[in-house]
Design a protein around this ligand. Structure first.
Ligand SMILES: [Zn+2]
Length: 390
């Protein structure tokens, strides 16, 4: 059964009108459900169809629902309500309005990027080997961040009408915003940019030391490599591990970080009491997630960015093959996927996905899109429903 969801941002939905947006999604597009951001990262979007008034919708991110205080009584990191556009209870209003239209609802959590989390408390933020502290990304190896995410999942899973939870922002173990908006960053090369994202915060250092890694030695090598990349430029086209040239201490540190990342995601999947989905890269390999020595994982989907249907697409058949028997595979289709606004683009994409064995698709931002995009989405959803009943 192929199902189609529309991803909704609460701030955009409120400006467009929650009822109007859901009428479009349920009636005119005909989607099976909505995936609604419940704890989101900072956002900014152009506002369409509103005369000459405010044209940009901004939110500092945070929680779009009133948290159940009991769930956070023991977490040192407290949930923070959203700031800016999107009311502090927009998620709940969307949840209730979607229920009246019999739309299935999933709640999305932006994990390490939840707005106002790291910004308000630098002690939980990602830190580079050089000691730079991220302004926005929280370190998921930090026990306080992990406890907050578990509490958020339990809080949302408890709510009437929430059918599942989507975790976004955990695609890569090394991910930070430290290099955002800096000039000349491309000249560093991929490997050096990735090394900037390797977290050396006290929690990560402690975890690596407990795993037998010489953290001080790993940090010194990382600092020296980053300095040489900035001063002299990188070797182009090498992976991070190759670029480190067999340095045992730093490679061991990276391996410890990668294992901790997988263990963390596994712990969220095994502990949850509702359907779970996790956004991944198309290089995702579930082999590491399914070790025999731990509890089996419950049913979950992975969501990867949809390949383009214009011939430049990465081949998804490998991803489907790797996921078979382990997890469902779902595609996230961006509303900006067709630069020339070709109305047949979505249908072609849906056909490709159904043919290759994907079991669901999520349309990003179509709930607030114009009539043109709405018609294209409706045609794609009709095609998908015919495919799933054929
Ligand atoms: Zn860390």
């Amino acid at each position: 059964m192929f199902s189609v969801h529309v991803l909704c941002d609460p701030g955009e939905m409120e400006f467009g009108g929650i009822d109007e947006s859901l009428d479009r999604i349920a009636g005119r597009i005909g989607a099976d459900g909505v995936t609604v951001v419940a704890a989101g990262r900072p956002t900014a979007a152009l506002r369409r169809g509103d005369g000459t008034g405010q044209r940009i919708v901004r939110s500092g991110g945070g929680l779009y629902f009133k948290p159940n205080a009991d769930r956070y009584a023991r977490t040192r990191c407290k949930p923070r309500p959203a700031h800016g556009s999107g009311s502090r209870d927009a998620f709940t209003r969307i949840l209730m309005a979607a229920g009246r239209r019999e739309l299935s609802v999933r709640a999305l959590i932006d994990t390490r990027w939840i707005g106002r989390l790291a910004a308000r408390d630098p002690s939980i933020a990602t830190q580079s080997a050089c000691g730079d502290v991220s302004p926005r990304s929280a370190c998921v190896n930090h026990p306080d961040v992990a406890a907050l995410l578990r509490a958020l999942i339990a809080d949302l899973a408890d709510r009437d009408g929430v059918r599942g939870i989507v975790l976004r922002g955990l695609e890569r173990p090394f991910d930070t915003d430290l290099l955002d908006n800096l000039r000349d960053v491309d000249g560093l090369g991929t490997a050096a940019r990735e090394l900037f994202g390797v977290c050396f915060c006290p929690s990560c250092a402690q975890s690596a030391a407990a795993g037998g890694v010489d953290v001080d030695a790993a940090r010194r090598v990382a600092q020296s490599r980053l300095a040489s990349a900035i001063d002299a430029g990188p070797t182009a086209g090498v992976t991070l591990d190759d670029w480190l040239g067999g340095n045992a201490d730093l490679l061991q540190y990276l391996q410890n970080q990668r294992s901790a990342h997988v263990d963390f995601i596994r712990s969220l999947l095994t502990g949850a009491e509702c359907d779970m989905a996790v956004t991944v890269d198309d290089s995702f390999d579930p082999a590491a997630w399914t070790r025999a020595d731990t509890r089996p994982l419950s049913t979950f989907n992975v969501i990867a960015r949809s390949p383009r249907s214009d011939g430049g697409a990465p081949d998804w058949s490998d991803l489907i093959h790797r996921c078979r028997g382990v997890c469902g595979c779902e595609a996230m289709i961006s509303s900006s996927g067709s630069p020339d606004r070709d109305p047949a683009y979505l249908v072609r994409t849906m056909k490709y996905l159904a043919d290759v064995g994907v079991n669901a698709a999520t349309l990003n931002h179509f709930g607030v899109f114009d009539a043109h995009a709405t018609v294209a989405a409706r045609r794609a959803v009709r095609y998908a429903s015919r495919t799933s009943t054929a």
